[in-house]
Design a binder for this molecule. Structure first.
Ligand code: SAM
Length: 231
């Protein structure tokens, strides 16, 4: 048996119960071949997202941060045939790889990739969808893009996710860097500050109930926050 480390246990759990299939693996290989960074969620986290979407009865999912479409594929698999997933990505190369991966995985018809900065897309979605109706259009939002904007993304998700719906915010621990205000002159510092602001918002806004779970394993010491929009 391999040495007992968080990484080895993650691999054991993934092999034993997650069931990442060839379509998901092929998508990661294509992303690597195209030079995309391997910063997608782990297999176990991807499956968790799919299961949360199923529990939420999700018909419409919003994702912020597509990369090569790995988490997108897991999430789309929770949707019914008439479901919809809108995912925001500002790197054209990433969007292109994701498009091909999603189509190859058989979920392409469910997914719209919105190019451009996510903040612009979120404003457009609010104008297109939320405003004329009284109801927020999405059942679940998965936030996983530039961490600097995390509080802005949470604010937008609060407008776009229906009461009873779920907001998932990834990478809220980042090897503990979230514990202290970061140096605004560095990316890591701005990421920490954006994440702290998002967590403080989730912890104080009466429109949600929220928690966070620390994780370890394939992706190092990190964690995710979960928030249910109150009815
Ligand atoms: N959710 C993906 C997964 O688990 O498979 C990983 C997403 S990766 C961590 C973050 C992605 O967000 C990158 O592809 C990056 O190009 C994109 N991104 C970063 N800042 C963005 C912005 N302001 N608007 C839109 N996309 C952005």
């Amino acid at each position: 048996a391999p040495e007992a480390t968080p990484e080895a246990v993650d691999a054991y759990l993934a092999d034993t119960l997650v069931g990442e299939d060839e379509a998901l693996r092929a998508g990661k290989r294509a992303a690597a071949a195209a030079g995309l960074p391997a910063i997608e969620v782990s297999p176990g986290q991807g499956k968790l997202l799919m299961m949360l979407a199923k529990l939420a009865g999700a018909r419409r999912i919003l994702e912020i941060g597509t990369l090569g479409g790995y988490s997108t594929t897991w999430l789309a698999r929770a949707l019914p045939p008439d479901g919809e997933l809108v995912t925001c990505e500002f790197e054209p190369r990433h969007a292109e790889v994701a498009r091909a991966n999603l189509d190859a995985a058989g979920v392409g018809s469910l997914v719209t990739i919105r190019p451009g900065p996510a903040l612009d897309t979120l404003a457009a979605l609010r104008a297109e969808r939320a405003a004329p109706f009284d109801a927020a259009p999405f059942d679940l939002a998965f936030i996983d893009a530039d961490k600097e904007n995390n509080a802005n993304y949470v604010r937008a998700a609060l407008e776009l996710v229906r009461p009873g719906g779920l907001i998932v915010l990834d990478n809220v621990v980042r090897r503990g860097t979230v514990l202290r205000p970061g140096d605004p002159d560095t990316v890591e510092g701005r990421d920490a500050n954006g994440t702290r602001a998002a967590l403080e918002l989730l912890g104080s806004d009466p429109r949600v109930e929220a928690t966070a779970v620390q994780t370890t394993g394939a992706k190092g010491w990190d964690g995710f926050a979960l928030a249910i929009v109150r009815g």
